[in-house]
Structures are given as structure tokens and as C-alpha cells.
Unconditional design. Structure first.
Ligand SMILES: NC(=O)c1ccc[n+]([C@@H]2O[C@H](COP(=O)([O-])OP(=O)(O)OC[C@H]3O[C@@H](n4cnc5c(N)ncnc54)[C@H](O)[C@@H]3O)[C@@H](O)[C@H]2O)c1
Length: 262
């Protein structure tokens, strides 16, 4: 089935690893041109090379911090010049912390909001004018089920992700008539380095025995009996990036093994 991705130009932030790179592999397999964007420049260079070799498509690595407006503007210029004007944005870049609300201070909030909320705003500002001019765009932003049901020790991450939901729903209403769809994918716990790093901290503070029982409890909360893998999330993102999803916009789609059923 042709899902209309051949030759489309996709920017994938957070593309060095995890859900971002898993999405890049699917889009590349469908014949899209890929720009991997990340602060991890080695990771995206390695990733872009693997995409070119594995799929025979055009793929470039563009190091950029999405929290910095000048870096975002420069990145979009580079992609437009070296690859093509962008048709698709997948915003997967994020950071995570492991602190209670009372342990957090203003600098924690600034860092989190900078990457997880202001960053997406810079990307929208930079990309929407061109997409409107060309009459086509697909934007997919990663949130988290922590924003839908709350999660202890993730308050400011959840707040930033809740903000992106409100932002996407609002802007989607402004740009729909220009052929642009904007959606949010909200994963449950997914087995990536982001989660593994946080789990390592939890494991250390709990000790092996308690951690094993905690892990069993977590898995029981997922009706399908396991946490997610990056490809579980990437499949939904790729569908939303395709022409098959032309009538899906302003939606928040949980991909979570049934963890919450909002
Ligand atoms: N893994 C999970 O359990 C989970 C659950 C819910 C939501 N999510 C969301 O899914 C998305 C992808 O998560 P993941 O687990 O693949 O994460 P990951 O940590 O594996 O990948 C995120 C990437 O973002 C990059 N990044 C961080 N700050 C950046 C910045 N300022 N500019 C550019 N790049 C930056 C990192 O270098 C990293 O390569 C994130 O938005 C995350 O919040 C993940």
C-alpha cells in the first residue's frame, strides 16, 4: 500500500535514538527523505549514514538544540537547502528528570519547558509559514500519558507535555484549511534510553528485590502485559505523517498497551 511518503521531506527531532530513530527507519523504508536533528551530533551522523545505507534514501544529520530559536531557524534553512522544504515534522526530542515537585526549582522548570514546550513552539514558528505557502504539512508531537493522568516525580515534565497538548489542539484549528494536520502521540512507558536512565536511578534507590517487585507491578498495569518498544510508538507516528491520515488533526492518541483508556 502506498501511503504517500515517497519523496516527502521529514525533520525528526530527537532523531539520534529511541522513538525518533525508530520513526526515521519506518519513514525511510517508505521512501521519505530524512533530516535527523538532535544535540547528540555523533548519534545523528551515525543514524543518517545507517538510513542512507539501509534504505538508499537521502538522509542528513543536522545538530541543533530545539530550545534555541536561532538554532532552529538555521536548522530549517539547512534542511530546506540540502534536502528539500520540509513536509513533515516529528518532534521527539525531550529530557526527563526524577524529582518531586518540592525538590524542583526554577532552573529545572526552565530547562524542561525550554526543550518540551518552547522548543516545539520554535519549530512551529519556523516551519508553519513554509507549509502554509506550500499548502501541505504533517506535524506530530510526542507528549506522554503522564500529562493525561499525572505522575509523581514527573510534575514539570507532565506540565510541559500538557502544554504541548493544548498548543497543538489550538494551532491545528488555525492551519487545517492549509492542508496541515497537527497531532500528538502520547506514549506509555517505552523501552528507550530515556526510560532506562530513569529506571537505573529508581533501581539504585530501591535495591534489587524491591525493584523486581515494582517492575512486576508496572507490567500488570498494562493490559497487554508489557511496556512498549520504540517501534510500537513509531508505527502510529508514521501513520499520522502519511497521506492516509489527512482527516486526523488536533488529536491526542495514546499508544500505551491500554495503560490508560481516556
Ligand atoms: N520512553 C518513554 O517511556 C516515553 C514515555 C512517554 C513519552 N515519551 C516521549 O517520547 C519522546 C521520545 O522519547 P525517547 O524515549 O525516544 O527519548 P530518548 O531520550 O531516547 O531520545 C530523545 C532524544 O532527544 C534529544 N534531545 C534532548 N534535548 C534536546 C534538545 N534540546 N534539542 C534536540 N534534541 C534533544 C536527546 O539527545 C535524545 O537523542 C519524548 O518526547 C518523550 O518525552 C517517552
Amino acid at each position: 500500500m502506498d501511503i504517500g511518503l515517497t519523496g516527502k521531506c521529514a525533520i525528526i527531532t530527537g532523531g539520534a535514538r529511541g522513538i525518533g530513530f525508530a520513526t526515521a527507519r519506518i519513514l525511510a523504508g517508505e521512501g521519505a527523505k530524512i533530516a535527523l536533528v538532535d544535540i547528540n551530533s555523533k548519534g545523528i551522523e551515525h543514524g543518517a549514514k545507517a538510513l542512507r545505507r539501509g534504505f538508499g534514501i537521502e538522509a542528513i544529520a543536522v545538530p541543533a538544540n530545539i530550545a534555541a530559536p536561532e538554532a532552529v531557524a538555521k536548522m530549517i534553512e539547512t534542511v530546506s537547502k540540502e534536502l528539500a522544504p520540509p513536509d513533515i515534522l516529528v518532534n521527539s526530542a525531550a529530557v526527563l528528570d526524577n524529582k518531586t515537585f518540592l525538590e524542583s526549582d526554577g532552573s529545572d522548570w526552565d530547562r524542561m519547558l525550554g526543550v518540551c514546550l518552547t522548543g516545539p513552539m520554535h519549530l512551529m514558528h519556523g516551519l508553519l509559514p513554509g507549509m502554509i505557502e506550500r499548502g501541505y504539512g504533517r506535524m506530530i508531537f510526542l507528549a506522554s500519558d503522564a500529562a493525561r493522568v499525572g505522575q509523581a516525580r514527573l510534575s514539570y515534565y507532565a506540565a510541559a507535555k500538557g502544554g504541548i497538548v493544548a498548543l497543538v489542539k489550538s494551532v491545528a484549528q488555525e492551519v487545517g484549511t492549509h492542508g496541515i494536520t497537527m497531532n500528538v502521540v502520547s506514549p506509555g512507558a517505552t523501552n528507550t534510553e530515556l526510560r532506562q536512565d530513569r529506571e537505573a536511578e529508581i533501581r539504585q534507590s530501591m535495591g534489587e528485590e524491591k525493584y523486581a517487585s515494582y517492575t512486576r507491578k508496572v507490567n500488570r498495569r498494562y493490559p497487554v502485559g508489557r511496556i512498549g518498544e520504540p517501534d510500537d510508538i513509531a508505527g502510529m507516528i508514521s501513520y499520522l505523517a502519511s497521506d492516509k491520515a489527512a482527516w486526523v488533526t488536533g488529536q491526542v492518541i495514546s499508544v500505551n498497551g491500554g495503560f490508560v483508556m481516556p
